[in-house]
Design a protein around this ligand. Structure first.
Ligand code: GAP
Length: 514
């Protein structure tokens, strides 16, 4: 199935089974804003819990906070967001459509990569087992031509971004003959910077109102609480502060479903270290975060690092963890060595000291920070994409299933009386009433057992327990496993332990390094 097709199916599956809805749908929707439905919220809460536990539960030196969305506006001046949290925008004069100049160029580069890959794939087919891909890439005139053209554009693009040279960005678009996908023309405006922060007013009267921002990242809430946490928690460096919370960005190119939203959620952890040790910690967190992603079991080949071409002025190292979405490898998490930039800026703008007295070194310093920052919604999308499957059954029927890691599944156990009568429903309810305190169960008695299995496959329920006439005699039920469809008979008294062992968060957490 074409990847575009898979993506469309994912979006409609998300809606059909109550994972994600367009916000304000009955009013024709609000662009790039989404709501999570009855299944989506459970999956999202489980995902957040997995991240939180992997940070706060498994690390004695990481604690959590929950800071407010509104913060003093000077914070955003200090952090650089008021002056520099911009996207370079360009308009097509014919279609009147607005684009991010950097995205237009990145898409063009991705097309060139595709062309090269297609040439290589064709040759691999032609030459069969004797094919030497490395040599082919280095010597085939067509591939070499594409590659050098790509490298030249990439170098100009990276330099223009680094130098903040908007005229050169436009020139790259013109020279590459990039056309507007709507009008098909190359009639472009100048490139302009556009600030991504939403603002509103706080205060009762317009004269006394203060302009405040909806935070564009949760990280600043951690920085401004650094000293509160360090002192009240008696934290010793190195230590980390974790937070999960909403962030808001007025994204111009908002597309690809929940990949790029205007209101989204982040899970961020700022790790405070002595100056000079930050690059070692950066490598440490790179390793741990990649391990966390891979623990979900979608395959190591689905993830890769992408080191930044353009380092933000405050960073001395940065990488993204990318996941292979149906529309290509895309960033789900950023890992950044942010130096002492943020704390120093807040010291400067607030006039308060944010230093740490290191008893081992017997001196005070402003700590350096390594940050891990992951988008909940992008992670959610990667999990849906990784677990969505269509299978042809032996009887020719098709089943759609979500092979979710059991610990993340919205429902762990479906409790299904074979029929409603003969006391089976009552027995099933009795089991449900006992187990519902331990994990998420769902009772379902409507439709044939086959249809009920399909419904639970579609929401990723890892186990179904069927209560039949025999159950009334031997107190045993049939457990059906989602992925293999295998069935086994187990005692009701063992059910709780079996399901807990296979679905508890510990099963994922145990895979991680200490
Ligand atoms: N504090 C650092 C920071 O915010 P970022 O790379 O801008 O870094 C971190 O964002 C993560 O937040 C990204 O890797 C992505 O997963 C998520 N994210 C950023 N913008 C987003 C958007 N518009 N919609 C959904 N997720 C977004």
């Amino acid at each position: 199935m074409a990847q575009e097709e898979v993506f469309k199916k994912l979006i409609s599956h998300s809606k059909e089974y109550g994972f994600v809805f367009q916000s304000s749908e009955i009013y024709d929707g609000l662009s790039a804003v989404y709501d999570y439905g009855q299944m989506g919220v459970e999956l999202k809460n489980n995902l957040k819990k997995y991240w939180w536990d992997s940070m706060v539960l498994l690390h004695e030196n990481i604690v959590g906070i929950d800071s407010a969305i509104f913060m003093h506006p000077t914070i955003w001046k200090a952090s650089g967001h008021v002056d520099a949290f911009n996207d370079p925008l360009i308009d097509n004069k014919d279609s009147k459509k607005r684009y991010r100049a950097d995205v237009l160029i990145e898409d063009h580069l991705a097309k060139l990569d595709d062309k090269i890959d297609k040439e290589v794939q064709k040759a691999a087919k032609r030459f069969g087992e004797t094919f030497d891909e490395k040599m082919y890439r280095e010597t085939n005139p067509r591939v070499v031509g594409y590659q050098s053209n790509r490298d030249e554009i990439h170098a100009r693009f990276a330099k223009a971004l680094n130098d903040n040279n908007l005229d050169e960005l436009r020139q790259v678009i013109v020279d590459c003959e990039i056309a507007c996908p709507i009008s098909g023309t190359r009639n472009w405006t100048e490139v302009r910077q556009f600030n991504l922060m939403f603002s509103t007013e706080m205060g009762a009267t317009s004269e006394g109102a203060m302009k405040v921002y909806l935070r564009p990242e949760s990280a600043q809430g951690i920085f401004v609480n650094y000293l509160n946490v360090q002192k009240t928690g008696r934290m010793k460096i190195p230590f980390g502060i974790a937070q999960i919370g909403k962030a808001f960005r007025n994204e111009i190119v908002a597309r690809q479903f929940i990949f790029r939203m205007r209101e989204f959620e982040q899970m961020e952890m700022q790790f405070f270290v002595p100056p000079g040790e930050e690059l070692e910690w950066f490598e440490h967190w790179k390793k741990l975060r990649m391990e966390w992603h891979q623990s979900l079991g979608f395959g190591a080949e689905k993830y890769r690092f992408h080191d930044h071409d353009k380092l933000a002025h405050y960073a001395n190292a940065a990488t993204d963890i990318e996941y292979e979405m149906p529309f290509g490898f895309k960033e789900v998490e950023g890992i950044h060595s942010r130096t002492d930039f943020d704390l120093s800026q807040h010291e400067k703008f607030s006039g308060k000291k944010l230093q740490y007295f290191d008893p081992e070194l017997n001196k005070s310093y402003t700590p350096f920070v390594v940050e891990t920052s992951i988008g909940v919604d992008r992670m959610f999308l990667s999990i849906l994409a990784g677990s969505y499957c269509e299978e042809e059954l032996e009887n020719g029927e098709k089943r759609v299933l979500l092979k979710l890691p059991p610990a993340l599944a919205p429902v762990k156990l479906a409790i299904l009386p074979l029929v409603k009568k003969d006391g089976l429903a009552e027995k099933a309810r009795e089991i449900m009433d006992d187990l519902k305190f331990n994990f998420a169960c769902q009772y379902d008695e409507k439709d044939s057992i086959g249809k009920r299995y399909r419904r639970h496959d579609a929401i990723g329920t890892p186990f179904c327990a069927t209560i039949d006439h025999q159950t009334l005699e031997d107190n045993m039920v049939t457990i059906r496993h989602r992925d293999t469809m295998e069935q086994e008979r187990v005692a009701i008294s063992d059910l709780q332990q079996i399901i807990v062992e296979k679905t508890e968060m510990k099963s994922l957490l145990k895979k991680l390094s200490k």
